[in-house]
Design a protein around this ligand. Structure first.
Ligand code: BGC
Length: 754
């Protein structure tokens, strides 16, 4: 297998493997079992007698989560668990910059070590199958290749810090509705081409030391005890010798979990000894119902991981100590956010707001003579303009050391010589029920519910109150806008919508924002719209606005980065890592009704996920996968095939920055199979490169497509196969804008394993 070499390099040395066996032989059954289940919400039992420390885990993807009591879902309220807030995975993916993925991983790894953690429960890499999935903000993309290329460096960055990444959630975990039970039915080809590649890359190329099984069922069997996923694919096919950690509370059966390749049971209840892999397992082993070798195998994997992250043995003196909340981390977050914010639209070059555009405004007398000057007035309108997001979303919540909101970012960047007026614009009702209980504690009992839409007198009154508030807020915002020279609306979603435990009900903007945006456009046709959200929304007014900026949850410096982009101090270079459909009705999952159902969800669309579907059906999305503008222009020319052999195809082209400012373009290469025995997508992303160029600068760009870039999964052969024949390589700066193409002929049939 192609990546076997990589894999063997990270396998422990013979020496530590024999140490593992020695340690194992000295452990009692009770001690071993203590190592394979939670003895706290985020830790396992230590074996002090043998110097084996407890394994300390922590969420999560956007920074190291706050400390909790060991046995209560109550934050400890410490003052030293504020951390660097890292851009969400959706933001990171929007950078299309694997180097930044590596550096973000490194920041997370250093912070995790700095906070004394051994395993960081990140990254989340499930496919964004439907725009409404509540956890999409934690995930990267609808495209497996983009995820692969970002997740591998991310994991390396984390693990270089002597902390284990925990890739989640394995597998086919793409909705929150009925997340603890739902059965996902996916055909084999789709599984192999869409849902597994990123996990395979994470394990084989990224060398992830741990991986988290998903809550859901896959083909009828819970992922925590799914032999097909864990034993056959993960262990046997991919050669994985790391640790599989259960998602919190995803284990359902002692024997089932004990006998399959899941190593560590974690949960959300405090009866630790009663966990399936605790006392019940000891009993089952003693009764001869489960063989002790099953326990040994799990402990072996855990010990191996402990050696790898230098928790054990002589190497532990060399273990990196990590650090958190450093100015370097903050600087890195600023840089990353600057590359994560997508410029979706910029008609008439409304942006950037150059110094000239926001300079003093002449004040005229009745005869039109300039008599004095006043400061330029910018109205920032919208709740997201001054809202902090880090503390929400479910297990991704963190206590950020700070979070620069868009309003603060602008104020910091502009200074007092420009007047900035803020108006909340739309009313966001306080959450009544969700925060009264800790959502995680309640997560096993029920779905986390939002405000009921019931017909009771009380909720009718509540709705009226909300409508009334909304009007008040809208009127105030319009008054502020009328008085301003520049209007910037900052809206979108927040973690009441982008959240674990619940999918969105629709793709609409909440809180009456559509009406507000229309009203602002009536007042000022140059209104700049900024959306802060973790997943797409319908933007029915998008043809009316000239400038539209998209920011995923982009970390603690997101407001500073946004200001830099609005003011032109940073040239936007992000690209959408997912399609933004014009309306939810356009999505394949809406059409086939196979999303957000309870009980069982069949992935009837097969491989046609995201742009693969829209292109096949000729549906124009609002914004295509890979789309993102810059303040400069680039030309892409001279596409050539440089080499073509049994192993790979190498293409080259020239990219020139023909505009007036420095910037970066993401050159994207999509593959089309001209003729194939099975139906294939019209185009599939198989290579990309981000190129930074000074004005007038030109670069030769080379991209290598390994043989498997042309392959599809042949169900009969149970392997990836490249059929001989013609392929077209489309190159451009977005999936819907590929103006270069070249045909190649792969005549030698070859089997390429992915
Ligand atoms: C989530 C995981 C998370 C775990 C621990 C679960 O509810 O699905 O992603 O890591 O909780 O907080």
């Amino acid at each position: 297998m192609e990546n076997q070499k990589d894999l063997s390099q990270k396998v422990c040395s013979k020496e530590s493997e024999s140490l593992i066996e020695e340690v194992l032989s000295r452990l009692t059954l009770e001690e071993k079992v203590g190592m394979i289940h939670g003895d706290g919400f985020f830790r396992t039992k230590a074996v002090e007698r043998l110097g084996i420390p407890s394994l300390v885990t922590s969420d999560g993807p956007m920074g190291v989560r706050m400390e909790f009591y060991n046995d209560k879902w109550i934050p400890l309220g410490k003052s030293d668990d504020y951390v660097t807030y890292i851009p969400s995975n959706s933001a990171l993916a929007a950078t299309w910059n694997p180097q930044l993925a590596y550096e973000s991983g490194k920041v997370l790894g250093e912070e995790a070590r700095g906070r004394g953690k051994d395993v960081i429960l990140a990254p989340g890499i499930n496919i964004k199958r439907d725009p409404l999935c509540g956890r999409n903000f934690e995930y990267m993309s609808e495209d497996p290749y983009l995820i692969e290329t970002m997740v591998v460096p991310f994991i390396r960055g984390v693990q270089e810090c002597d902390v284990a990444a925990c890739v989640k959630h394995f597998a086919v975990n793409n909705q929150e509705t009925d997340r603890l039970e739902v059965d996902t039915l996916v055909d084999e080809r789709t599984l192999r081409e869409i849902y597994l590649p990123a996990f395979r890359a994470a394990v084989q190329e990224g060398g992830a030391y741990s991986l988290m099984n998903a809550y859901n069922r896959f083909r009828g069997v819970f992922c925590s005890e799914n032999r097909e996923l864990l034993d056959d694919i993960l262990r046997k096919e991919w050669g994985y010798d790391g640790v599989v950690i259960s998602d919190w509370g995803s284990v359902h059966d002692t024997k089932g979990a004990a006998e399959c390749s899941m190593d560590l049971e974690m949960s959300v209840t405090a009866n630790f000894d009663e966990y399936y892999l605790a006392d019940p397992l000891i009993k089952a082993v003693r009764a001869g119902e489960v063989e002790e070798v099953c326990v040994d195998e799990k402990v072996r994997n855990i010990l191996r991981m402990m050696y790898r992250i230098k928790m054990l043995g002589g190497e532990s003196v060399n273990r990196k100590a990590g650090c958190y909340d450093t100015p370097q981390h903050q600087q890195k977050m600023l840089e990353t956010a600057g590359e994560a914010i997508v410029l979706l639209k910029n008609e008439e070059n409304i942006l950037p707001l150059t110094q000239e555009r926001i300079s003093l405004v002449p004040v005229k007398d009745a005869e039109g003579r300039t008599v004095s000057a006043r400061r330029h007035r910018i109205a920032v309108i919208g709740h997201n303009g001054d809202h902090c997001h880090a503390g929400g979303g479910g297990s991704a919540e963190i206590k950020a050391l700070y979070e620069v909101t868009p309003l603060l970012g602008l104020k910091k960047a502009i200074g007092g010589n420009v007047e900035i007026v803020y108006s909340q614009g739309y009313y966001v009702p306080g959450k009544k029920d969700v925060n009264e209980v800790n959502w995680q504690e309640a997560s096993l009992e029920r779905q986390i519910m939002g405000q009921e839409n019931s017909d009771s007198e009380e909720s009718r009154k509540l709705r009226e109150e909300i409508a009334c508030k909304r009007r008040e807020f809208l009127e105030e915002a319009c008054a502020v806008a009328r008085n301003a020279d520049t209007v910037i609306f900052v809206g979108g979603l927040n973690h009441d919508y982008d959240t674990e435990g619940r999918d969105r009900a629709d793709m609409k903007l909440p809180y009456g924002q559509d009406e507000l945006i229309e009203a602002l456009c009536d007042i000022n046709s140059d209104t700049i719209v900024v959306m802060v959200a973790g997943s797409p929304v319908e933007m029915p007014w998008r043809d009316r606005v000239k400038a539209l900026v998209w920011s995923y949850y982009s970390g603690m410096e997101s407001g500073s980065a946004l200001a830099d982009i609005l003011l032109g101090r940073v040239n936007p270079s992000a690209k959408l890592p997912e399609t933004f459909p014009a309306s939810y009705a356009d999505t394949v999952t809406c059409k086939n009704g196979e999303f957000g159902k309870e009980g069982c969800v069949e992935y009837k669309e097969g491989i046609f996920v995201g742009y693969r579907y829209y292109e096949k059906e000729g549906i124009r999305p609002a914004f295509a996968f890979g789309h993102g503008l810059s303040y400069t222009d680039f030309t892409l020319e001279n596409l050539q095939v440089k080499a073509e052999n049994a192993e790979e195809v190498i293409i080259s082209l020239e990219v020139t920055n023909i505009g007036k400012c420095a910037g970066a373009e993401v050159v994207q290469c999509y593959v089309t199979d001209c003729e194939c025995s099975v139906e294939r997508p019209l185009k599939e992303l198989k290579a990309y490169k981000k190129v930074f160029l000074q004005p007038g600068g030109r670069a030769a760009v080379q991209m290598t497509l390994p043989r498997r870039a042309f392959a599809f999964y042949d169900v009969a052969k149970r392997d990836f196969v490249t059929e001989p024949g013609e392929f077209v390589l489309h190159v451009g700066n977005s999936s819907d804008h590929c103006n270069l193409s070249v045909k190649i002929d792969l005549t030698t049939a070859a089997s390429a394993r992915s």
